[in-house]
Design a protein around this ligand. Structure first.
Ligand SMILES: [Zn+2]
Ligand SMILES: [Zn+2]
Length: 151
């Protein structure tokens, strides 16, 4: 079964110093409520996973990066601070791909929220509408991804 994807999707940071065109963008995306994503975004990371090599950046010199944990980095626009991506850097089945906030896309419609992870770390004050999504707790994620021995 091949997943539905979008091609030629463009997007940018708030100030426009960093832009991108992405192919093989999955329609399905997930939400991460982990403590780091919560602090990084101020709420939750609504991220779509784009395979390595399927994204072309403009203004790449304006991308600032931080190794935010032993296994992943986060990047943002050094001019305006917009969060650009989360990426697993540690050697694993998940390394290389970019987790891009869907809010960066020029057309952020057409996506479907299919899963929420670290659901047990979501603040009680809000919840996304709708049902039928796959929900995973922190413990589920530790077992599935096997990456997160800290936090
Ligand atoms: Zn910017
Ligand atoms: Zn997270």
């Amino acid at each position: 079964m091949t997943e539905e994807t979008l091609s030629g999707q463009t997007g940018r940071c708030m100030c426009g110093a960093v832009g991108f065109t992405a192919d093989e963008v999955p329609v399905k995306f997930g939400v991460c409520h982990c403590e780091m994503c919560r602090r990084w975004t101020g709420s939750a990371l609504l991220g779509v996973t784009i395979p390595e090599g399927k994204i072309v950046w403009t203004g790449e010199e304006n991308i600032a990066r931080l190794q935010s944990s032993a296994w992943a980095e986060r990047a943002w626009c050094s001019k305006c601070g917009t969060g650009l991506y989360f990426r697993v850097t540690m050697e694993s089945a998940y390394s290389g791909s970019f987790e891009l906030p869907i809010g960066l896309f020029d057309n952020a419609d057409g996506f479907e929220m299919t899963h929420e992870i670290f659901i047990d770390q979501k603040p009680h004050s809000f919840a996304y509408a709708g049902t039928g999504r796959k929900l995973m707790t922190r413990q589920d994620c530790v077992e599935k991804f096997g990456l997160l021995d800290e936090k």
